[in-house]
Design a protein around this ligand. Structure first.
Ligand code: FAD
Length: 437
């Protein structure tokens, strides 16, 4: 096969399909090459005993303008996640599980406000890191652990902030950038309730697959599934992309949406800027596992929280409720979290929710998945200043779009759609002179 198109898009996650739709709608001929047998990338769902379960990216929020606009545009409904607005919150503080009491709520929220006290200054404009670049640079090397160590916090505050941010970054506090966490807090208006809701309250009722389908069918671009890209060669007039099967696609432009952690697995000629390769080999810190727990009966709307030093379960909450059985979504930083048996997890869960009977556990190993090599993106401490502008930078006929880079909600579905959308405009503009010539 040798196909000639205006734009070839490498990767069919939200960044790729958004860019493809927007470019095709501008009259260009677009082909998406996707290695998997489906579109959607790090969003993917399954049906489990009558429940629709998102194994990857799930929650969206109206503080996320691009994804919310897509939801509205295609008329998709949302569904609440019961455990995000829990009736019962069980926290493990200093080795002891206790229930968060109403009279502790003030202390709980005050901890976050204190931790993020300088966020309104540093991230006055969370979509524009250059607005206060000096403050960003000054704090680039700081980890969440550094910030925690510098503060006077109560044990409850230390656990709740530590546990929450371990989930948000999917790594230990030593490895997560304080700047990145501050950015999320700022994107939700420096407000705990919004911060919590944006993390895990609203999901698409028919699943992320419904949004993928809406964008793909509206876009009308061509797609080749099961088509991993092996190499990308730039010529004077465009690009030649070669697939693992040896097929070639030529195009005027390429939009590269490969996840950061696997970008270096594709051969580029000429080579990519060294900073991109360095960032890809270093990898973002989003690891861990989202583990689902199918339990007997209805546990109610519960939430659990702990530090990874205290429990293999850093957090969990009721995801779907049913009379016969329910599902909890949990998060773990343990490397073997998805291999652990029901017998292994039963006492862990029961410590937080006494009497809970676990029926099964399941999830997808995004870290072991050769096409993602990680979960969602959080930068390492000390890398923001070097990587933030460099990763989306155009190189000749190559444009880069990904949820793993860009301003605003990096690491989220929102970031992927925003990046795909912005990149489509840049690609289209770059083609204007040659199209009118
Ligand atoms: C467990 C988990 C939970 C998450 N939870 C949330 C959440 O609740 N809310 C939220 O907003 N975000 C969440 N995220 C993050 C969100 O899913 C991602 O940020 C977003 O989907 C990334 O989109 P993308 O298009 O940039 O990358 P991807 O979705 O990874 O798309 C890139 C595509 O490139 C393909 N590819 C890779 N290599 C090749 C190759 N050589 N040739 C061709 N194709 C290739 C991949 O198969 C993939 O389809 C979560 C992610 C995970 C893993």
């Amino acid at each position: 096969m040798r196909e000639d198109v205006d734009v070839v898009v490498i990767g069919g996650g939200f960044a790729g399909i958004t860019a493809a739709r927007d470019l095709q709608k501008r009259g260009l001929n677009v082909l998406v090459l996707e290695a998997r047998d489906r579109l959607g990338g790090r969003t993917w769902s399954t049906d489990r005993n009558g429940f629709h379960v998102e194994l990857g990216g799930t929650w969206i929020h109206w503080t996320q303008p691009f994804v919310w606009a897509e939801k509205e545009r295609y008329g998709l409904e949302i569904q609440e996640t019961p455990g995000c607005v829990a009736e019962r919150v069980a926290i493990k503080v200093d080795g002891q599980v206790c229930e968060l009491r109403d009279d502790q709520l003030g202390e709980f929220v005050a901890g976050f406000e204190q931790f993020f006290a300088e966020a309104p200054l540093v991230w006055e404009r969370p979509y524009d890191s250059h607005y206060n670049w000096a403050a960003i640079k000054e704090r680039d090397s700081l980890s969440v652990a550094d910030r925690l160590q510098s503060m006077e916090l109560t044990p409850l505050q230390r656990t709740s902030i530590g546990g929450f941010l371990e989930i948000l970054s999917m790594n230990q506090p030593e490895n997560a950038s304080y700047l990145e966490m501050m950015r999320c807090w700022s994107l939700t208006g420096w407000n705990y309730a919004l911060f919590n809701d944006a993390a895990a309250r609203y999901k698409l009722k028919l699943g992320t697959g419904a949004l993928v389908e809406a964008i793909a069918s509206d876009g009308g671009f061509d797609v080749l599934l099961d088509t991993p890209v092996r190499s990308v060669h730039q010529t004077a007039n465009g690009v030649t992309v070669t697939t693992a099967a040896g097929e070639q696609v030529t195009a005027k432009r390429a939009v590269v949406t490969l996840p950061l952690n696997v970008l270096h697995n594709v051969a580029f000629d000429p080579p990519l800027q060294s900073v991109k390769v360095e960032a890809s080999k270093l990898k973002h810190v989003g690891g861990g596992a989202k583990v689902f727990f199918e339990v007997e009966g209805d546990p109610g709307a519960v939430m659990t929280l702990a530090r990874s030093t205290e429990s293999p379960l850093i957090g969990s909450f009721t995801y779907q409720r049913g009379e016969q059985h329910s599902v909890l979504a949990g998060f773990s930083l343990e490397p073997d979290a998805l291999e652990r048996s029901v017998a292994d997890w039963q006492p862990v869960l029961e410590e937080f929710v006494p009497g809970l009977r676990l029926l099964s556990t399941f999830g997808h190993d995004w870290g072991g998945d050769a096409l993602s090599q990680g979960s969602w993106c959080t930068y390492r401490p000390g890398t923001f200043v070097r990587f933030a502008d460099a990763l989306p930078r155009q190189e000749g006929h190559l444009f880069f779009a990904s949820g793993d880079h860009g301003e605003g909600w990096r690491g989220f579905i929102e970031g992927a759609i925003a990046s795909g959308s912005r990149t489509a405009v840049a690609v289209w503009r770059s083609l204007l002179p040659s199209r009118t010539a």
